[in-house]
Design a protein around this ligand. Sequence first.
Ligand code: HEM
Length: 540
Amino acid sequence: MTTLYGLVLVAWAIAFLIVIGEHILWKRREKRRNPEGLPYPPGPRQLPLIGNAFDMPLRKAPLTYGKWAEQYGSLIWLVASGKQYLIVNDYEAMKELLEKRGNIYIDRDNTVLLGEMIGQNRVTPRTPYGPTWRQHRRFLNRALMGPIVKRDYGAPMMRKILSFLTVLLDRPQDFLLENKKMTAELITEIGYGMIRDDEDGGHDFVQMHLNVGKITLTTAEGYWVDHLPWMRHIPSWVPFAQWKRDAIKWRKEYNFARDYMFEAVKMQLLNTRGDGMPTSFVRTLLQEEYSQQGSKSEEELQYSERIIKDTSFSFFRAGAETTESVIRSFLLAMTLHPQIQARVRSEIDAVIGHNRFPSLEDRGVEKMPYLESTLLESMRWHPPVSSIIPHLPIRDDTFRGYFIPKGTTIIANAWHVGRDPQLYHEPNVFKPERFLKRNENDGPLTLDTSTLNPLEYVFGFGRRICPGRELALQNIWIIAVFVLWAFEIRAKEGMSMEDGYKAADEERFNFAIVSQTLPFECDFVPRSQKALQMIRKAAI
Ligand code: HEM
C-alpha cells in the first residue's frame, strides 16, 4: 500500500515538474513571438503558474464575461491550463476578427480526450482548419443551399410539424419533450432519410445520436489529459486510469453510431440504386460521387465517403438542439407576451386564414413581417449558442494595439451583443417591432436595417459560419407559423405571470453549450374547429 502511495506521489511530482517546465518554455516562446512586447488585452489578474484557472466560470459563462466587460472593457484576456483566451464582447470586434480577418481566425480548439481519443475531431464544428475541413464545407454548402433546402426538406418538415400538432392536441403537457423529439427526428431524417433501419431488429438513429450526445456532455468539461497530453500514452490497465478505459469504450460507441448510420444508407443505395429511397443529405452526396465513379480513383471515392459520413454525423450534433432551443425561446416568449402573440396570430389569419395549412410560399418579411421580426427577436433575446464556437487564429496577429498569439481561443459572447444597449434600445424587453419600419405613413412594414439583425451573429462568423442556417430558419418558421395558426398559447391556468413566469432573463436560460430555456409550462388552446379537423385528417 505504502509503495502504491509512493508511486502516486512520484507521478504527481513528475506531473508538477512537467507543468512548471511547460510554463517556462511557453513564457520563452511568447517572448520570442512578441519581440516588440505589445501588450495583451486587460483581464482578471493572473496568478503565477495557474494564471486565471480559478477565474474561469464553470456555469453561465456568458454572464460572467459580460460583467467583466464593465470592468475591463470589451476585450478580455485570460490564461488557464496553458491556453490563452480572448473574450470578445462587442459586435464590431467580432466582425473585424472573425469575419474580415476570417482567413486567420479559422481554426478550432483541440481537446485530447473528446477530440483525438474519442474521435470528435472528425465532426465539422471540431475539425481543424485544413483540406479536410474545406471538403466538409464544400459538401455541406452544396446540400444546404437555400433552394435545395426549400425543394428537398420542406416535405419532411411539414410531416413532422403535423405530428407535433397532434401531440399538442392530445398530450399538450409533453410539448417540451416532443419539441426535442421533433427537431431531433427531423435533422436525422434530413441527414439519413430515415430515423431507424430494419436491419437486425432495427436501430433507433435518434437514440444513437442522443447516447453519443451524453458522451460529449460528460467529457466536455475537460480531463487532466487535455492539459497534460502526454497522459494519453498511459496504458489502460494502470490503476487510476479509469478515464482511459472510459475513452476506449466511448470511442467504440461513437464510431459504431457514426459508421452504422452511414453504412445503412449506403447499402440501401447500392441495393436499390436509389429507387424508392427518400431524399437525404447522405443519399444525394453519395449518388453524386458514384455518378463520377469513372473519373475518380478508389482512394478519392473512399475519401469522399469518409467526409460524407463525418459531415452527416455533424448534422445532429450541430442542428438538433440549436433548432430546439429557438423554438423553446419562441414558445416561452409567446407565453410571456400575449399581446405580441395576438398580433402574430392576426397576421397569420389575414394571410392564411383557416381553410388551408400554412405553406412555404407564405414565408417572407413582405408577407408576414411581424412573424419574421418576432422570430428575430426570439434569437436576439436568447441566442442558442451563447458563446459561438471558439475560433483560433492560425498565425500571430495584432488588434487595437494588442498582441493576439496564434492558437488563442477566441470566445465571441453573442449573448452580450444581444443585450448591448448601444445596439438595442431597452435590450431586456422583448420587442419584435425594433426590427421593423414603415417607409411611408401607410406603406408596408419592412425590416429596419438600422437595427442590427441577430442573424448577423447568432449563426457565427466568417468562413466558419453555420452552414445549416437556411435549414434552421426554414424549420423554425414552419414550426412557429403552424403552432400559432392552430393554437393560442396561454400561461398555465392558476399560475399568474407574477409567480409562475416572472424571472430575470438570466434565470430563464441554462447557458449550456447549446443554451435552452429552463422547463416551463403553458396551455395550447385550439383556435378553430376547422383547423382541428384538418390536423386530425392530415395526421391519419
Ligand atoms: C437555430 C439553429 C442553429 C444555430 C443558432 C446555429 C449556430 C451555429 C453557430 C453559432 C456555429 C458556429 C459558427 C462559428 O464558429 O462562427 C455553428 C456551426 C455549425 N453549424 Fe449551426 N446552428 C444552427 C443550426 C444548424 C443546423 C440545422 C445544421 C445542419 C444541419 C448546422 C450545422 C452546423 C455545422 C456543421 C457547423 C460547423 C461549421 C464549421 O465549423 O465550419 N447548424 N452553428
